[in-house]
Design a binder for this molecule. Structure first.
Ligand code: PRP
Ligand code: URA
Length: 211
């Protein structure tokens, strides 16, 4: 399926290598996740709708393009998705931000939803669902199911992650074939605990300095 896009721009690959390194500390990890997210936002927002706007340059009146309304919402999957929000807001500062709280149960590996707060008009918005890690795909599918149950339009949802496992990409594609998936890297596989290899470890813990 061609709804999976790897953004292998040199700057993105370089920055991703920095945060994969196990000695990368919380401060740099957080900063670089934001930088990669900003770079990814440039591509993920490529097909935002434009409309005509009549303006005056110092020389003449002219019709030019402007973004059609403030119709984007960024939806981080808590916690780790929070780390990607500020970088995207650098490029799309008027975007609204909704939150879906989801954690992966350590024993069952099943996603557990614990919080949802969304803009009231999500059915009219382009939604960028963000989470650094797409591992089994369980959290992404559950979060997107939850958005659709609350009125989001599947074809208006894009999922954006830093590191994807092939297993998770397939699960998300099978569950939501209409959704475009963007990743900074497609890694090799999952380990026996469903961590991504080579991956970058536990993204939430590394972003927030917890264990
Ligand atoms: C991580 C990650 C994803 C999920 C990916 O979150 O941020 O949400 O795991 O795994 P999956 O594709 O197998 O569902 P985690 O559950 O560790 O919660 P956290 O963000 O609060 O750390
Ligand atoms: N969640 C993470 O934070 N990292 C992984 O490798 C898999 C799930």
């Amino acid at each position: 399926m061609n709804n999976f896009h790897v953004m292998d721009h040199p700057l993105i690959q370089h920055k991703l290598t920095m945060i994969r390194e196990k000695n990368c500390g919380t401060k740099v990890f957080r900063e670089v996740v934001n930088e990669i997210s900003m770079l990814m936002a440039y591509e993920v927002s490529r097909d935002l709708p434009l409309e005509d706007l009549v303006i005056e340059t110092p020389l003449m009146k002219t019709t030019q393009k402007t973004l059609a309304g403030k119709k984007v919402a960024i939806i981080p999957i808590l916690r780790a998705g929070l780390g990607m929000v500020d970088g995207i807001l650098e490029l799309i500062p008027a975007a609204k931000v909704g939150h879906v709280g989801m954690y992966r149960d350590h024993d069952t590996l099943q996603p557990v939803e614990y919080f949802v707060k969304l803009p009231s008009d999500i059915s009219e918005r382009q939604l960028f669902v963000v989470d650094p890690m797409l591992a089994t795909g369980g959290s992404a599918v559950a979060a997107i199911d939850s958005l659709i149950a609350r009125g989001a339009v599947p074809s208006s949802i894009k999922f954006c992650c830093l590191v994807a496992a092939p297993e998770g990409v397939k699960v998300l594609q099978d569950a939501h074939p209409d959704i475009q998936i963007y990743a900074a890297a497609l890694d090799e596989k999952l380990d026996e605990n469903s961590y991504i290899l080579p991956g970058l470890g536990d993204a939430g813990d590394r972003l927030f300095g917890t264990k």
